[in-house]
Design a binder for this molecule. Structure first.
Ligand SMILES: C[C@H](NC(=O)[C@@H](N)CCCCN)C(=O)O
Length: 467
C-alpha cells in the first residue's frame, strides 16, 4: 500500500491529539494564575491584606521573569534543549511555586515585612503572607511562562503549514477555560472547605495530572523527531546568542511586542481586580460577582479559535489586532463612567471585552511565527513574554497603590466567620481610565504593525493555510 502519511504531524488525528495533550496543562496553569482573583476581599478579611498587599502579591508573577531574566533563559533552554525537556521542567517549577503559595496563605505566615536600603524604604510594611505568597507566585510564574512558550513552539512545530492559528487559538482557549474556572470556583470552594487555600490545593492536584499528560505528549514528539530524522528533515533548533540580536533588529517584532505588553496590561491585571470592581461598582456579593468576569474568558474561549480559523483561511491578522485594540478601549472607557452601574451593562461590556480578548491573541501569536523563523521562535516568544511580564508585574502594583491612595470611597462592616470586620470600599474610575490609556497606545502600535507589514510583506494580512 502506498504510504500516505510522511510523518506523524501529517496525520490529522495525531496533530489534534498532541494539541489536547499540550493544552491540558495550559488549563491547569491558567487556573492557578487567576485562582486568587475572586478572593481579593477574602484576603483582606482573612489575611488582613490591603489593596496594596493584594497588588504586591499579584505582581509576584513577574518578579523572577523580569528581574532575573528567567523568561529569556527559558527561551534559550527551549531553543537549546527542546520542547519535551522544557515542558517537564516548567511543570515541576509550577508545582514548586504553587506549594509555596499554598504555604503562605494557609495560616503559616504572620506579621508584616518591610525593606530598607540605608535610610531609603524599598518596601513599605507589607503583610508577610503577601510577600511569601508573592515569592511562590514568582516561582510559579517562571514555570507558567516557560510552559507558555513551550506550548506555542510545540503547536507551531506540529501545525505549521496546516491549521496553525486555529491550533494556537485552541491551545490559548483551553487556558481560558482554566481562567474561567478560576473566576467562579474559588469562592464556593473556600465556602465549602472553610480554607482560603483550597483552590491552590486543587491547582496542585491538577498540575500533577498535567505533568503525567505532558509525558504522553513527550512520547509522540520523540517519535516525530525520529521520523523527521529518518526522512532527512532537520530541525535547526540550536540556540545562538546571535538570535537575540537578529530578532531585536526586526521592527515588526518590536511593534508586536509593544502591542502585546499594552494590550495584556489592560486585560490580565483587569481580571485580577474585576471581581472586586463588580462588587464595589455594581453592589453584588463576591460569591456571584466572579461569574461576571468569568464571562470574559468564556467568550474568549469560544471566539479565539473562531478568529484563529478566520485568520488561517482569510488572513487579515494585522487588521484583527487593530479592531481588537479599539474594542478594548471602548469597554474600559465605559467601565470608567460611574453612572453606568447597571448589571446588564457590566455583562455586555465584559462580553465585548471577551471579543477583543479573542481577536488580538488569535492573530498576535501566529503572527510572531510569520515574522520570525521557526528556529528562533522559542527565543522570540520568550522575548515578547518578557516585555509583557513587565506589564503583568507592574500594573497590579500600580492599580493596588492607586486604589489605596486615591480611590477609597468608604468602609463597611461585614460579618466574616462570626466576627464583624471593616472592609474598605473603592471607586474604580481611575483604574479603569488607566486601563483605557494602555489600550489607546496599543491601537497606535497595531497600526504601526499593519503599516510595517504592508512595507515588508510578512504576510500578516494573508491566510496561513498553504493551499
Ligand atoms: C498565549 C498567551 N499567554 C501569555 O500571554 C502568557 N505570557 C501569560 C499567561 C498568563 C496566564 N493567565 C495568552 O494567554 O493569550
Amino acid at each position: 500500500m502506498e504510504q500516505i502519511h510522511k510523518t506523524l504531524r501529517d496525520a490529522k488525528g495525531m496533530r489534534w491529539l498532541v494539541l489536547i495533550l499540550v493544552s491540558f496543562t495550559m488549563l491547569c496553569a491558567y487556573y492557578l494564575t487567576d485562582a486568587m482573583a475572586p478572593l481579593q476581599e477574602r484576603c483582606q478579611t482573612s489575611l488582613s491584606w490591603s489593596a496594596t498587599d493584594y497588588g504586591f502579591f499579584t505582581s509576584g508573577y513577574g518578579w523572577f521573569n523580569v528581574f532575573l531574566l528567567m523568561l529569556v533563559f527559558s527561551g534559550m533552554i527551549l531553543d537549546k534543549l527542546g520542547v519535551r525537556f522544557t515542558g517537564v521542567l516548567s511543570i515541576i517549577i509550577m508545582i514548586a511555586g504553587a506549594f509555596v503559595k499554598y504555604w503562605a496563605i494557609s495560616g503559616h505566615v504572620d506579621g508584616t515585612f518591610e525593606m530598607h536600603l540605608g535610610s531609603y524604604q524599598l518596601l513599605a510594611p507589607t503583610a508577610k503572607s503577601a510577600v511569601v505568597a508573592g515569592l511562590g507566585f514568582a516561582i510559579f510564574g517562571v514555570g507558567c511562562e516557560m510552559f507558555g512558550i513551550t506550548a506555542n513552539k510545540a503547536v507551531v512545530r506540529w501545525f505549521r503549514g496546516k491549521e496553525m492559528a486555529l491550533a494556537i487559538g485552541l491551545n490559548t482557549s483551553t487556558g481560558r477555560i482554566g481562567t474561567a474556572l478560576a473566576m467562579f470556583t474559588p469562592v464556593p470552594l473556600v465556602n465549602m472547605t472553610g480554607h482560603l487555600s483550597a483552590p491552590v490545593i486543587l491547582s496542585l492536584l491538577l498540575l500533577c495530572i498535567g505533568f503525567l499528560i505532558f509525558l504522553l505528549f513527550g512520547v509522540l514528539d520523540k517519535k516525530l523527531d525520529k521520523e523527521e530524522a529518518a526522512a532527512g528533515i532537520s530541525s535547526d533548533d540550536e540556540f545562538k546568542f546571535r538570535d537575540i540580536i537578529d530578532i531585536a533588529k526586526n521592527k515588526a517584532f518590536w511593534y508586536i511586542t509593544a502591542l502585546c505588553v499594552l494590550f495584556y496590561s489592560a486585560v490580565f491585571p483587569f481580571i485580577k481586580f474585576a471581581t472586586n470592581l463588580i462588587v464595589q461598582k455594581f453592589g453584588i456579593s463576591d460569591t456571584f460577582a466572579g461569574y461576571i468576569p468569568a464571562l470574559l474568558p468564556f467568550s474568549a474561549l469560544l471566539l479565539t479559535p473562531l478568529f484563529g480559523s478566520m485568520y488561517d483561511r482569510r488572513g487579515r491578522g494585522a487588521s484583527i489586532m487593530v479592531l481588537g485594540s479599539l474594542l478594548l478601549v471602548f469597554v474600559h472607557l465605559l467601565f470608567s463612567i460611574p453612572s453606568l452601574n447597571n448589571l446588564y451593562i457590566a455583562v455586555g461590556l465584559v462580553m465585548v471585552l471577551g471579543v477583543a480578548f479573542s481577536m488580538v491573541p488569535s492573530a498576535m501569536w501566529p503572527s510572531v511565527a510569520k515574522i520570525i523563523p521557526e528556529n528562533k521562535l522559542g527565543t522570540a516568544y520568550a522575548m515578547v513574554f518578557w516585555v509583557q511580564n513587565w506589564g503583568i508585574m507592574g500594573v497590579p502594583l500600580l492599580i493596588g497603590n492607586v486604589l489605596d491612595k486615591y480611590c477609597i470611597s468608604g468602609h463597611v462592616q461585614k460579618m466574616v466567620d462570626g466576627k464583624m470586620i471593616e472592609v474598605t470600599q473603592y471607586n474604580y474610575t481611575i483604574p479603569m481610565l488607566i486601563f483605557a490609556c494602555f489600550g489607546g497606545v496599543a491601537i497606535l502600535f497595531a497600526f504601526l504593525l499593519k503599516h510595517e507589514d504592508a512595507k515588508k510583506g510578512y504576510g500578516l494580512e494573508r491566510p496561513n493555510i498553504n493551499k
